[in-house]
Design a protein around this ligand. Structure first.
Ligand SMILES: Nc1ncnc2c1ncn2[C@@H]1O[C@H](COP(=O)(O)OP(=O)(O)OP(=O)(O)O)[C@@H](O)[C@H]1O
Ligand SMILES: [Mg+2]
Length: 286
């Protein structure tokens, strides 16, 4: 019989190498997107957007419906290819051809629909598509259930996610727990950047708080995160900085500061177009 503790230790080093990262210059952003443009037929979804994400920063991305938020993040996660513009990861020009390619470069996106397999259990969802969890027996490769269960439990513990068993089918989980599984899955394999598209939409107040706690926990453990939300108080609670898109343009890029009421009032002015820090004559987008 195979020595599973040896297998776990060896495989663990490959897929859970810990959170230590290469020391980086304080000033080199982990992500830089420059002049990103994207058209869909006649729709100019993005008209030359710049975005910077620093190491260990939580960036809130807000804007009205159709402002271009998801499109910008789908470009960063490889789901869409921009018509123009460049992306730099840790200062190096990156080519992100597809989602698999983005993942290889440390970028993971949690989509609004979560993309979980309802009929599979929590562990299988966390390891879905990860070949590191399979054992090769000649030409056949089989998933190591015991290993996946153990590591998923370890991951849930690390992120303080409250799910009673990794063997529960995802369809039996609450909305908040499902969101937590999708986030855990995205962050399980030592990624650099996690993008969350509306992680608190359609959740109860208690579940929202848990998801926000999870974002804080990930930041405490060194992650860099971009979070899209229509709920401004969520952005206020967890973000270091926020960016507003309107009609495919950046109109605001500012640290999150002040009290919640002033914050909300200011952000709404940008969302509806009453304020614009990057309009012609105000200054070039940067
Ligand atoms: N695959 C696509 N095909 C055609 N048009 C698209 C596609 N994806 C996005 N668009 C268009 O691009 C624009 C920006 O859409 P996007 O989904 O990025 O907005 P959003 O800011 O995420 O909005 P919401 O808050 O409603 O999610 C919209 O006009 C949308 O209809
Ligand atoms: Mg969207």
């Amino acid at each position: 019989m195979r020595d599973s503790s040896f297998f776990s230790a060896v495989t663990l080093l490959h897929i859970f190498p810990g959170k230590e990262r290469k020391p980086m210059s304080e000033t080199t952003p982990i992500i830089e997107m420059q002049n990103i443009k994207k058209n869909f037929g006649g729709v100019q979804a993005l008209q030359g957007v710049d975005l910077v994400l620093h190491h260990n920063e939580v960036l809130g991305l807000v804007g009205d419906n159709a402002a271009g938020k998801s499109t910008l993040m789908k470009i960063l996660s490889g789901a869409y290819i921009p018509d123009e513009g460049e992306i730099f990861i840790e200062g190096k020009k990156a080519h992100i051809a597809n989602p698999w390619n983005a993942r290889q470069q440390g970028i993971e996106m949690v989509y609004q629909d979560l993309a979980l397999a309802d009929n599979l259990d929590v562990a299988a969802n966390v390891f879905m598509g990860r070949e590191a969890a399979s054992v090769k027996l000649g030409p056949i490769s089989i998933m190591d259930e015991h290993y996946m269960g153990q590591e998923t439990q370890r991951l849930l513990n690390r992120l303080k996610i409250d799910i009673s068993s990794v063997r529960l089918k995802v369809e039996s989980l609450s909305g908040g727990q499902r969101q937590a599984v999708a986030i855990a899955r995205a962050t399980a394999f030592n990624n650099k950047v996690t993008i969350m598209d509306e992680p608190t939409a359609a959740l109860s107040v208690a579940a929202i708080d848990k998801v926000l706690d999870l974002v804080r926990e990930l930041k405490a453990q060194g992650s860099s995160i971009i979070i899209i939300s229509h709920r401004l108080e969520d952005i206020y609670k967890v973000s270091d900085r926020m960016m507003v898109l309107r009609h495919g343009r950046k109109v605001c890029d500012t640290p999150v500061a002040g009290n919640i009421d002033d914050f909300r009032e200011r952000v709404v002015a940008y969302i509806v177009g009453a304020r614009d820090d990057f309009a012609e004559g105000v200054g070039k987008q940067q």
